[in-house]
Design a protein around this ligand. Structure first.
Ligand code: MSS
Length: 371
């Protein structure tokens, strides 16, 4: 297939694989479904991009070990460099990094007349499964005397410059997650074993395993254990579950843990009829995947697929596979995952105003004609 988007890759991601990507805008770049292939880990060159604000200059990754992060809301607050963090602990965790709006297109496609959900029409590609290496936040907090009394949230702040004339709270990428996540949050300096690119949040990123993309703050410059959620706009007035046409407000649930989801990655349009292996990926947010069913008749009947490949832990995705005989003609392939808590993907999900956390199985089903 041609690579119509090659010329359109913005400069800061010019090193990426243009053939693997769909450029929606400079700040929203989706992985093609075909680019997931049959691999387990998403290569950084094919990993989707979402920036809410322009990234900081490339110069911030020139001296990675010198990057400073302020730690507050602990008994002994202070500022540590990445070099300091590297002396406090080490872990690697596989997580599904997924934009809260992944699958938004499936909401947008079936809105009632007069309804509108704005935002990037992502299909399945605002997601990837990657390995993060860094220090457990818990070890950092322990080294600083433990959480201060009253701490209820972990609040991470991104290192973007606030453009002159704008109110910091309106622009800053500052996200709060419940303190319970302290058991699993890491401050990561490597992605798939290499220093994290600027585009994906280097030199240092706060990773909240199982939580949707926005909570994984790039170029993190401060981490505070706070009594309340931040009142930054990106937390208080965005990324919340509100009705279509309603405004986001702090009373609505924030977009935090990802719901169980799956999608098919093979076969795709252009493949041949006959014996095929229907394959894809499934994940359960903070829960492990318990099972996946596959339908080759648009959801009329379902068969249990096999979970294949290594299990990289409950925050990673699992690959599934089901051999099937598909004759020439049009087929509708769907997948439906169940997580360890018994949550099953519904056929459709009611729309929400931000188009977040889509996990219906009908939208991402694959219609293909095999010859
Ligand atoms: N961080 C920062 N600092 N900034 C920005 O903008 N964004 C978000 C996250 N983080 C940001 C941050 C989002 S929103 C998302 S998805 C993610 O990130 C993405 O990632 P990548 O790496 O892929 O680009 Mo939605 O929910």
């Amino acid at each position: 297939a041609p690579a119509p988007d090659k010329a359109k890759l913005p400069g800061y991601v010019a090193w990426k694989d243009a053939d693997a990507l769909i450029v929606h805008s400079n700040q929203t770049i989706e992985t093609r479904r075909s680019a997931f292939g049959t691999g387990l880990i998403t290569d950084e060159s094919a990993l989707y991009i979402r920036n809410n604000v322009n990234p900081p200059p490339e110069s911030i990754v020139a001296d990675r070990d010198g990057w400073r992060v302020e730690i507050g809301g602990v008994a002994r607050p202070g500022t540590l460099t990445v070099a300091d963090l590297k002396r406090l602990g080490l872990t690697t965790v596989a997580t599904v990094l997924q934009c809260s709006g992944n699958g938004r297109k499936y909401f947008q496609d079936r809105l009632a007349p007069g309804q509108k959900i704005s935002g990037t029409p992502w299909t399945v590609g605002a997601a990837g499964c990657v390995l993060w290496t860094g220090v457990p936040l818990k070890a950092v907090v322990a080294a600083m005397g433990g959480p201060a009394a009253g701490a209820k949230f972990i609040t991470g702040t991104g290192g973007e410059e606030i453009p002159p004339g704008l109110k910091p709270k309106d622009v800053m990428v500052e996200r709060s997650v419940p303190l319970a996540a302290l058991d699993t949050v890491i401050l990561a300096w490597a992605l798939n074993g290499r220093p994290i690119s600027l585009a994906h949040g280097g030199p240092l990123r706060m990773i909240v395993p199982g939580y949707s993309g926005v909570n994984n703050v790039k170029y993190v410059k401060s981490v505070n254990l706070t009594e309340a959620e931040t009142d930054a706009k990106i937390q208080a007035a965005s990324y919340r579950m509100h009705g279509v046409g309603e405004k986001a407000a702090p009373s609505q649930p924030p977009v935090w843990e990802q719901p169980v989801r799956s999608w098919i990655t093979a076969p795709l349009e252009g493949d041949r009829a006959g014996r095929v292996v229907v394959a894809g990926v499934a994940f359960g947010g903070v829960n492990a995947v318990a099972g996946v069913e596959v339908s080759t008749d648009g959801g009329a009947t379902w068969r249990k697929a096999e979970l294949v490949g290594p299990d990289l832990g409950r925050f990673a995705w699992r690959q599934f596979a089901l051999p099937a005989d598909l004759g020439p003609g049009t087929h509708v392939l769907a997948s439906r995952a169940t997580d360890s808590a018994g949550n099953v993907q519904p056929e459709e999900v009611p729309a929400n105003g931000g188009g977040y956390s889509h996990n219906g199985w009908r939208g991402p089903a694959v219609t293909l004609t095999l010859a």
